[in-house]
Design a protein around this ligand. Structure first.
Ligand SMILES: *[C@@H]1O[C@H](CO)[C@@H](O)[C@H](O)[C@H]1NC(C)=O
Ligand SMILES: *[C@@H]1O[C@H](CO)[C@@H](O)[C@H](O)[C@H]1NC(C)=O
Ligand SMILES: *[C@@H]1O[C@H](CO)[C@@H](O)[C@H](O)[C@H]1NC(C)=O
Ligand SMILES: *[C@@H]1O[C@H](CO)[C@@H](O)[C@H](O)[C@H]1NC(C)=O
Ligand SMILES: *[C@@H]1O[C@H](CO)[C@@H](O)[C@H](O)[C@H]1NC(C)=O
Length: 341
């Protein structure tokens, strides 16, 4: 397929080649003299992509010659020539059918292969016949296929391990990176990568490790991500049971304390009410009431509670007494009665 395309171009370019050789011999300056460099878009490509080598200067030119390699002296490396005035493209020996020279001097190389990697040279011939040479690079990398991901376990209990993820790829010389829930994985001290990053070990596993895992293979030209694999982390039954037990214990303890206090307060209230009822005539003054209380089996305690309650509830008098505090209400009543009499 290549032979027929090369043969006519050779014949066609014979006069052009002769012309170029003459002009080169007369006034060719080495590429090192060039200040401008040719940019490759993209900078690094994958097999099958198209690459544009951009002519950095839009200074007027009569001819654009593109060469594979960095020498204009090897005519077999000439890809082609574009004559600006006529807009005619003439194939060179190195033309493969995938190259296009644009009117602005840039070269498009389609469907690149690994063999296209290398240096390219643009020779611009100005109207006054002084050629100028510029070079650029094309970097082509292997087109990568999607890797696959495996895990030693997809459902694990927290605090156990290890779980080992493996990235399966047929490519060599690639970089492997890991993703957790779509974000680049942040390695913790519980995670370890193998030397080539192809396996990820998590030990021990925590609840926060649950989620979707993906691996990505890449070279400078392209990257491919695997499908995602979900890791399920189950809460440790014994662990959660313990904490639930602790919570239950605390709740029960608090409830017990509250009921004890309530019972005690109720008990005191009953006693006090009974005492107050018996001693209406004797409670003209607080001290006498207090003295009288000493006759009961728990007199000191009763006094203390009663006085504390009184002093405590005094500043709260404007507020309506609440139902869950029977002691202050009762004490207050008594106190009021005492005061009134
Ligand atoms: C030159 O022309 C091509 C095709 O129209 C375009 O893609 C490119 O951006 C132009 N400029 C340069 C500097 O290559
Ligand atoms: C690109 O090149 C490969 C061989 O290198 C060929 O198999 C494929 O058909 C080409 N694709 C196009 C779109 O020309
Ligand atoms: C992973 O699975 C294997 C087999 O099912 C089991 O023996 C091992 O204990 C599991 N490891 C973890 C960390 O769950
Ligand atoms: C492995 O991954 C780390 C980041 O997680 C990265 O810095 C390193 O370059 C990778 N190594 C290889 C060989 O892919
Ligand atoms: C969690 O359960 C596993 C067994 O499933 C056990 O080996 C581990 O010690 C437990 N860890 C804690 C913190 O309870």
């Amino acid at each position: 397929m290549e032979a027929p395309s090369v043969t006519p171009s050779k014949g066609h370019s014979s006069w052009q080649g002769a012309l170029l050789t003459v002009s080169l011999l007369l006034s060719w300056s080495p590429p090192t003299a060039a200040q401008l460099t040719i940019e490759s878009v993209p900078r690094a490509a994958a097999e099958g992509q198209d690459v544009l080598l951009r002519n950095p200067s839009q200074a007027e030119a009569a001819f654009y010659n593109w060469y594979k390699g960095n020498s204009v002296l090897i005519q077999n490396n000439r890809i082609g020539t574009y004559a600006v005035s006529s807009g005619i493209f003439t194939r060179g020996p190195a033309y493969t059918g995938r190259e296009t020279i644009y009117p602005n001097g840039s070269l498009l190389l389609q469907n690149v292969t690994l063999a296209d990697t290398g240096t390219y040279l643009l020779q611009r011939t100005k109207a006054d016949g002084v050629p100028e040479a510029l070079t650029g690079q094309i970097l082509v990398f292997q087109a990568l296929t999607k890797p696959s991901i495996q895990a030693s376990n997809t459902t694990v209990s927290e605090h156990t391990g290890p779980v080992v993820f493996t990235c399966l790829t047929k490519h060599n010389g690639i970089s492997i990176s890991w993703f957790h829930d779509g974000e680049r994985l942040r390695l913790t001290e519980r995670m370890k990568l193998s030397q080539d990053n192809s396996s990820l070990t998590i030990n021990p596993v925590r609840m926060e490790d649950a989620g979707k895992y993906q691996c990505e293979v890449s070279n400078p030209g392209n990257a491919q991500k695997s499908d995602s694999l979900t890791l399920t982390v189950e809460a440790n039954a014994s662990n959660s049971g313990l904490s639930a037990g602790a919570i239950a214990g605390i709740v029960i303890g608090v409830l017990a304390c509250v009921s004890l206090v309530a019972a005690l307060v109720y008990c005191l209230w009953v006693r006090k009410t009974a005492g107050a009822g018996d001693q209406h005539d004797l409670t003209e003054q607080k001290p006498s009431a207090a003295n009288h209380n000493q006759e009961y089996s728990l007199p000191n305690m009763a006094n203390e509670v009663a006085y504390t309650a009184v002093s405590f509830s005094t500043p709260q008098q404007p507020k309506t007494p609440t139902s869950d505090s029977p002691a202050p209400v009762a004490t207050e009543t008594i106190y009021t009665e005492v005061k009134k009499k």
